[in-house]
Design a protein around this ligand. Structure first.
Ligand SMILES: [Zn+2]
Length: 211
């Protein structure tokens, strides 16, 4: 079941993903193509331009698309926008969505006080955690997930060695690196992450997809 869902996860570059289930779910669409499937649910972690991109949302939004995000991002978007805080649970189109905190511990780009978001979605019984722009935060020790989407670039978020610690704390069945290849971070960060977890946690490096 986890492999079946993992095969439906498409990396759109940076922190953008599409989960090609029914409903179709997007995380942080940024610099996406024009021809992708429309979204049933869009989850936006925080207001930074590379996560909350109204022009990218416009490419995939339909009249009944539900957007779940924090209050600053909500102000930049229109339609059915649900403005939420960390530690909430929603059910949208049969998908359980849990919001969790997302923040930096040793830098100032993403203060905890902003109440920005990570998301855990549960589709077809499989839990997928998108951290947002976070460092390795203590809350991760209590997060239960099958698949973890983890930043590896450093600078604004955790770097690859920190992401390894986060992965070990989360102990998912599959980890997928993100937050590299466009704004900061390189493929080497992703491979360093994978190599450090070899024999402990399965890591899948996705090829960036452009519709
Ligand atoms: Zn950010």
């Amino acid at each position: 079941m986890i492999d079946a869902i993992a095969d439906k996860i498409v990396w759109l570059g940076h922190d953008g993903f599409r989960i090609e289930t029914d409903p179709v779910i997007y995380f942080d669409p940024f610099q996406i193509g024009d021809n992708g499937p429309k979204a049933d649910i869009i989850l936006i972690s925080h207001e930074h331009f590379d996560h909350c991109s109204p022009e990218d949302v416009a490419k995939i939004q339909k009249p009944d698309t539900v957007i779940v995000t924090e209050k600053k991002s909500a102000l930049k978007l229109s339609g059915d926008v649900r403005d939420v805080l960390p530690n909430q649970t929603l059910n949208i189109a049969g998908v359980r969505i849990e919001t969790v905190p997302s923040y930096n511990t040793d830098k100032d780009f993403h203060p905890q006080a902003n109440n920005w978001l990570g998301f855990i979605v549960e589709v077809e019984g499989v839990r997928i955690y998108h951290t947002g722009d976070a460092d390795f935060i203590p809350e991760m020790a209590d997060i239960n997930t099958d698949i973890a989407l983890l930043p590896v670039s450093g600078t604004y978020v955790m770097d690859a060695p920190q992401a390894v610690k986060a992965a070990l704390a989360l102990n998912p069945k599959l980890a997928i690196p993100m937050h590299y290849g466009s704004i900061v971070g390189s493929e080497e960060d992703a491979t360093a992450f994978r190599d450090a977890l070899e024999g402990r946690i399965e890591v899948r490096i996705l090829q960036k997809f452009q519709d």
